[in-house]
Design a protein around this ligand. Structure first.
Ligand code: 2NM
Length: 346
């Protein structure tokens, strides 16, 4: 058989095989045919490869015919492949069509814990006043938790009855003041920071938890005054509770501040008419504060003649209870969803 008629035969066979694929060919079936007629080992490829060894006068017509048929088969296959792809696509779309009448799946919404919400609100108010946020370790050395804070060796707060000791000189921090010490060690005044975090005390009843969330504030610079302390705290409580909130500063004592004060706010429940919460005094104790003791400045290498500062510390659970009307602190630690779900407004 001449090469030309062989090529003709290949075309006829290829075309009839392609036709036999029917109207819904699969891409895989098409590929089998492509390899059979156009692949490296196909008859047509063999013929085209053998052209250089053909007699001179046969080369041109065989080459022309061979390439033409190759192109025809290729085009035909490509057209079929397009069709098959489109079909596959249509089928996919058809299968994927959605039933918009099926009821939606409800996404279980989470929420933030009231303690977290309270801390966030407090941080928001103080950052607007220019305070930065600082964090530190919950396991502290005796030095950062007591010594640098001017707490004397035999102060009751150092007692095993009150503090969780990890070893002779490591404790679970009893306040976040160590964060203030660490921050002052690494930067010069002006220092305006807030230190939120968990602290630990050996203490437990309806209004005390052995682990609670504290936020302390510290402002150190030249000429920081007691009046500024009162101004900043007043601003905070008016923003946090309401504009009519009043503050009262009572003299107190802390080793790390001098002078020191306890801050009471006008009762958020009865507006000072007298109620059970404020024990008919009209006042609620919420916070401790004072002017930073010169010994604390000495410990961090600040010159107490050059700088003054104020500091305060507040338990967040207490503020959360007052803000949301929670009567038992234990609710904040039990993680009962019936309780927590009531704060799910985000
Ligand atoms: C309080 C009350 C008074 C306080 C002092 C310091 C530091 F590090 F600057 F000395 N930080 N926090 C402080 C002062 C904390 O909590 C009731």
């Amino acid at each position: 058989m001449s090469h030309l008629s062989k090529i003709e035969e290949i075309r006829t066979k290829a075309f009839s095989e392609i036709e036999s694929l029917g109207s819904y060919p699969e891409l895989q079936e098409i590929e089998v045919i492509r390899v059979r007629y156009l692949g490296r080992k196909s008859e047509l490829t063999e013929i085209l490869r053998s052209i250089p060894s053909l007699p001179q006068d046969e080369r041109a017509p065989v080459g022309k015919m061979g390439n033409l048929v190759r192109k025809q088969i290729e085009d035909h296959l490509n057209a079929i492949i397009e069709k098959a792809k489109k079909l596959e696509q249509d089928q996919k779309l058809h299968q994927e069509k959605i039933d918009i009448t099926v009821p939606g799946k409800r996404i279980e919404e989470g929420g933030l814990h009231p303690t977290t919400l309270t801390a966030q609100r407090m941080i928001e108010i103080f950052t607007k006043m220019g305070f930065d946020i600082e964090y530190g370790p919950e396991v502290e050395t005796d030095y950062y938790n007591f010594e640098a804070l001017n707490v004397p060796k035999h102060h009751p707060s150092r007692d095993m009855q009150d503090t969780f000791y990890m070893s002779d000189d490591t404790v679970l921090r009893t306040h976040t003041s160590p964060v203030q010490i660490r921050t002052m060690e690494k930067m010069k005044p002006p220092v305006r920071i807030l230190s939120p975090g968990f602290v630990y005390r050996h203490d437990q009843d309806i209004s005390h938890s052995p682990m609670f969330f504290q936020i302390e504030g510290l402002y150190v610079d030249k000429n920081v005054s007691c009046a500024q302390l009162k101004g900043v705290l007043t601003e905070f409580f008016k923003n946090f509770f309401s504009e009519e909130t009043r503050l009262r500063f009572r003299p107190s004592f802390f080793p790390f501040t001098e002078p020191s004060a306890e801050v009471d706010i006008s009762c958020v429940v009865c507006k000072q008419k007298g109620c059970r919460l404020c024990k008919n005094t009209g006042w609620l104790e919420v916070l401790g504060c004072g002017m930073v003791h010169r010994n604390v400045f000495k410990a961090v290498g600040y010159d107490p003649k050059k700088y003054t500062g104020f500091a305060f510390g507040v338990g967040i659970e207490r503020l959360a209870m007052l803000k949301y009307g929670i009567s038992d602190m234990r609710l904040l630690f039990e993680n009962d969803l019936r309780f927590l779900k009531q704060f799910r407004t985000l």
